[in-house]
Design a protein around this ligand. Structure first.
Ligand code: AHR
Length: 328
């Protein structure tokens, strides 16, 4: 089930030699590869380094660029949209061939995307999408179905609690597509179960530190004892919440069930240790796919509008078997 993408995109062209890199100034370096062919330059505006998922995603993109011989101009936005907009304008000024954008939030990008379109540079959205009135502002979106992930988390919880749970929710970054969509999918399923209710909901910004901080506050509230489950929009926040529970003398995974999303190695370890009950997979290993698409859009070849990874659900029944093969 894991790490397969639908539909399958063509493999990387062999006509590019190694030259991938991660520094801005590297884009200005020679634009010709050893065979004399012009190599491609991809400007990538990444969201940040807020989670283990994000680090795995960045590594996947950098590795794949290097293998494909694509020059990567990498910019870390530190979870700030204004930094992304600056990076995108700088990519235009540098004349990159293709731009990859993983947008921190899903609104507010339309004006800069218009500027990029006028400069004739194709845009590939990765991980998260944007809301725009003009769909021609990007060529494709490679990323998970976050609504489906939210539904899967709720379905798992409903099944394992016989439809009875008082839930504390750790929400992702406000305005981010995965935070909006995972909540939507989760609540869609909850609507079918009258005895499953979200009683607390607060953003932990997709980080472990904030997930811990928010859970500490939840556990100090007068009605804390009523909480029977935590739904965290990512594993990092769930792992922070688990730490907060342990420090408060609450047994995570037993006194309070914990369900989250991503499927990073730390989550698998927590499942095996009995502290996390379920993680719904969100696949960050999309680098090879992005490089294949970069080459296709640069060659004006047709590409699918949407590429969605196939992902699994892990709990005590299958996490231990999958753990040794988990790379991130
Ligand atoms: O957009 C994907 C989400 O962003 C991942 O679930 C989370 O860990 C990351 O920070």
């Amino acid at each position: 089930m894991m790490n397969k993408f639908l539909p399958v995109i063509g493999l990387l062209s062999a006509s590019f030699v190694l030259s991938g890199c991660g520094k801005k100034e590297d884009a200005a370096a020679s634009n010709n590869n050893a065979g004399g062919k012009k190599s491609l330059t991809l400007g990538f505006s990444q969201i940040g380094a807020e989670s283990a998922w994000r680090t795995a995603n960045t590594d996947s993109i950098k590795d794949a660029a290097q293998k494909a011989g694509i020059k990567l101009v990498f910019s870390d936005a530190q979870q700030k949209q204004e930094n992304q907009i600056k990076a995108l304008r700088s990519f235009v000024a540098q004349g990159v061939d293709v731009i990859e954008l993983a947008p921190v939030v899903n609104t507010g990008f339309e004006p800069v995307l218009q500027e990029i379109k006028q400069a004739g540079i194709p845009v590939i959205l990765s991980d998260r999408t944007v809301e725009v009135s003009d769909k021609s502002l990007f060529t494709t979106f490679v990323g998970s179905d976050f609504v489906l992930e939210g539904r899967r988390a709720a379905e798992w919880l409903a099944k394992h609690t016989n439809g009875k749970a008082t839930i504390a929710e750790l929400v992702g970054t406000p305005g981010a597509a995965p935070a909006i969509d995972r909540k939507k999918g989760f609540e869609e399923v909850l609507a079918k179960y009258p005895d499953m209710k979200i009683v607390k909901s607060q953003s932990g910004d997709f980080t472990r530190a904030k997930g811990k901080e928010v859970m500490e506050a939840f556990l100090k509230a007068p009605d804390a004892k009523s909480i029977t489950a935590v739904f965290a929009h990512n594993d990092d926040m769930a792992l922070g919440a688990i730490q907060a529970m342990e420090e408060a003398g609450v047994q995570p995974g037993k006194d309070i069930m914990v369900v989250s999303i991503d499927g990073v190695k730390g989550a698998f370890e927590a499942i095996v240790a009995g502290k996390l009950n379920c993680t719904v997979e969100c696949n960050p290993i999309i680098g090879e796919m992005i490089m294949g698409l970069t080459q296709k859009v640069a060659n004006h070849e047709g590409i699918p509008e949407r590429v969605t990874p196939e992902e699994g659900v892990f709990d005590s029944t299958n996490a231990a078997a999958a753990l040794p093969g988990r790379k991130y």
